[in-house]
Design a protein around this ligand. Structure first.
Ligand SMILES: NC(=O)c1ccc[n+]([C@@H]2O[C@H](COP(=O)([O-])OP(=O)(O)OC[C@H]3O[C@@H](n4cnc5c(N)ncnc54)[C@H](O)[C@@H]3O)[C@@H](O)[C@H]2O)c1
Length: 322
């Protein structure tokens, strides 16, 4: 069987995470690397192989599937050129920045001849897959969700709103996608935000109401320290609380007393615990077997729509209805 030739655009932190995973997958071959800082691509080539390309065009001529792993603002253009060349595309989150760009990319992705998958890795993290499984046999009533960071300094561009599109695009969007995955489609939201540490709104309190009647509160801060757990979902059902702690642990407390069961994933490798291995496998499954990629361009678009709606709610004071 011919191997799927992988091309990586942006060989920084996450490009190398996916690259290492594909270098171990017998169905794939690291074929081409491109980074605007060529030394970074050269360093990556030393560890996982691949031809260091001097342009995106050269990369496209040497691969079947493109991983878009450069900073947020570049995603749309890189993804559009890969789709136009008939490639399969794995696009890191965020799908793109702004509704217009997201709509343009969605249209192109859905019309493209290759697979298009968005890198919302947490859907595959065992802790969140388990939460979904538990919620299949119960009815969640409400939840409290948080998604914090300690700083917007590493990588340096995470503090530049012109590159990220805003803090919500960089960090919070992970659990916006997770909310849809766990609890369904959103009907309306109200949001408050304020600015403290960085030159953008960097602190958020949001209330979401879902079409099925479920509702939740959501807190997100850019500079709350990296105190564990920086992300958590607490779900409340009938005489039951299920709580997650990052990708490490899940607690399931049922009944009228204080007993609870703990599931711990702390012994797994980070690449599996965070769902990267599983999402990368799903992308190749979709290419080779024709299965639907689990996080589609439509999902990517909806995350962007949620981010934009929260900013709009804060800037206008309006309640947003979908
Ligand atoms: N899903 C996740 O868990 C996750 C984790 C980290 C990052 N990300 C996303 O992945 C993307 C990259 O993040 P990172 O942490 O790897 O950043 P990074 O700064 O470590 O790496 C980005 C690389 O892209 C290169 N680059 C910049 N502009 C480019 C261009 N136009 N063409 C080619 N290369 C370019 C940079 O030189 C750098 O080497 C971001 O969009 C980020 O939001 C997702």
């Amino acid at each position: 069987m011919e191997k799927v030739r992988i091309g990586i655009v942006g060989t920084g932190y996450i490009g190398n995470v996916h690259g290492r995973i594909y270098s171990r997958d017998e169905r794939t071959e690291i074929a081409a690397l491109f980074d605007i800082v060529p030394e970074r691509a050269e360093l990556t080539a030393k560890t996982i192989g691949g031809k260091v390309c001097s342009s995106r065009e050269e990369l496209l001529a040497n691969c079947d599937a493109v991983l878009v792993t450069a900073p947020n603002k570049t995603h749309k253009d890189i993804a559009l050129s890969a789709i136009a060349s008939g490639k399969h595309v794995f696009c890191e989150k965020p799908f793109s920045i702004g509704i217009e760009d997201a709509a343009e990319l969605r249209t192109a992705a859905n019309a493209g001849k290759g697979v298009f998958q968005v890198g919302h890795n947490r859907r595959y993290a065992p802790v969140y897959a388990k939460l979904k499984e538990l919620l299949q046999s119960d009815t969640p009533h409400s939840a409290h969700i948080k998604m914090n960071r300690g700083e917007l300094k590493n990588p340096v561009w995470t503090g530049d709103v012109n590159v990220t599109g805003g803090f919500l695009y960089e960090t919070t969007i992970h659990l916006f996608d997770m909310m849809r995955f766990q609890f369904g489609e959103i009907e309306e939201l109200v949001a408050y935000g304020s600015q403290h540490e960085y030159p953008e709104i960097d602190e958020f309190s949001i209330i979401f109401k879902f079409k099925n009647g479920f509702h939740c509160t959501f807190a997100s801060s850019s500079d709350a320290s990296w105190h564990f757990p920086f992300e958590r979902i607490e779900v409340f059902c009938h005489h039951r609380t299920i709580m997650t702690e990052e990708m490490e642990r899940l607690f399931d407390s049922r009944g009228m007393d204080a007993n609870f069961e703990t599931l711990s994933y702390h012994m797994s490798e980070k690449e599996e615990k965070w769902g990267y291995v599983q999402e990368d496998k799903a992308f190749i499954d979709a290419i080779l077997n024709g299965t639907k990629p689990p996080v589609t361009a439509d999902d990517g678009f909806k995350s962007v729509e949620l981010v934009e709606s929260v900013y709009k709610a804060i800037n206008t004071g309006e309640r947003i209805k979908f």
